[in-house]
Ligand binder design. Structure first.
Ligand code: ADP
Ligand code: MG
Length: 330
């Protein structure tokens, strides 16, 4: 059974950056407005995340890392919430099957916090009282300590760190109300550092550099149906005067970081056609769709998505991008 769990865990947690993404999403789900991340050896040795969210109640700690505990921990008034990409209830469980995980947490109005450690889906011993501030700190150490083949696959630790920075950067651009920092253990300077009160353009400048942020244009599109708006897109896209070596697409659907190859290709095609010199664009897009229209099971890591009426929505977005580019280059 342990082996089966470990293999299943490896599907959810493929590399340090996928563990980090799950932890980050949990912090955001907890309403954090400040999230600090510390990483050692590309995340293989250590990923530590500190947030100022609502914390975890003492009585919830024993079940925290059991699989599919979501419904046990919270009561959802809205069942649809569960179908959003975040609520699957197996991320922390999965991490405990392939790494050492410990949690320090404190909820509002408590005199002290609690610390608990987990292994193979179970809390080890009891949660112990400790000094803390409101929020949660989760420490993940020695990722894949028990999966030698997987551990050996991560030779280039700076590349793994780069993937972590990439995830943090993208969430920072999307969640402009949240302050993010990400640094290597022992460094005083953060490699990603954003301030929650900044505009999105300023955040993009802080994360991706002044070149990208200089020429951004706002874009939006939506489609109504008789039951109300079913599709809404807002974004910032680079204009003609910007060119870079690689294109960057920061895509969020229903507040979750995803990839959509079909959409990316469609947008890149518009740039290549209208603005061959700016054919490596920067694109930030936030799309909202009814959760039941999003299919996240295209890829095991759940980054690649497809959605209902994809062709027509991609068309709408493509036309919006085309119109904006033509307008701004006249
Ligand atoms: P899911 O997010 O799908 O519910 P996870 O395994 O990622 O499953 O997390 C399990 C639960 O642990 C969450 O539902 C939440 O109640 C709690 N939790 C995890 N991280 C945090 C955090 N940083 N702050 C508050 N609660 C958390
Ligand atoms: Mg989660």
């Amino acid at each position: 059974e342990a082996v089966v769990n470990r293999i299943a865990a490896g599907e959810v947690i493929q590399r340090p950056a996928s563990a980090l993404k799950e932890l980050l999403e949990n912090s955001l789900d907890a309403g954090a407005t400040s999230i600090g991340i510390t990483v050692k050896d590309g995340g293989v040795k250590l990923i530590q995340i500190v947030d100022n969210g609502h914390g975890i109640r003492y009585e919830d700690l024993p079940l925290l890392c059991e699989r599919h505990t979501t419904s046990k921990l919270r009561e959802f008034e809205d069942l649809e919430t569960i179908s959003t990409l975040g609520f699957r209830g197996e991320a922390l469980a999965s991490i405990t099957f392939v790494a050492h995980l410990s949690v320090t947490t404190m909820t509002e109005g408590q005199a002290h916090g609690y610390k608990a450690t987990y292994k193979d889906g179970q809390m080890e011993g009891d949660a112990r009282p400790c000094a803390a501030v409101k929020g949660t700190q989760i420490t993940v150490e020695n990722l894949f300590y028990n999966v030698a083949a997987r551990r050996k696959a991560f030779k280039n630790l700076s590349e793994e760190y780069g993937r972590i920075l990439d995830v943090v950067s993208r969430y920072a651009v999307h969640k402009t109300g949240v302050s993010f920092s990400c640094k290597k253990h022992g460094d005083s300077r953060a490699d990603v550092h954003t301030v929650g009160s900044s505009s999105r353009t300023d955040t993009i400048r802080a994360v991706y550099g002044p070149g990208v942020a200089r020429e951004l244009i706002a874009i939006s599109a939506s489609e109504d149906d008789p039951s109300g708006t079913t599709f809404k897109m807002d974004g910032l896209i680079s204009s003609a005067n910007y060119s870079s070596k690689r294109s960057i697409m920061v895509l969020f659907i229903n507040d979750r970081l995803v990839e959509c190859g079909a959409l990316r290709k469609a947008i890149e095609l518009v740039y290549a056609t209208i603005l061959p010199k700016a054919s490596k664009p920067f694109i930030y897009m936030s799309i909202n769709l009814p959760p039941e229209h999003v299919d996240v099971n295209v890829h095991p890591t759940k980054r690649e998505v497809s959605f209902l009426n994809q062709e027509s929505l991609v068309d709408i977005i493509q036309q919006a991008v085309e119109a904006k580019l033509l307008e701004s280059n006249n």
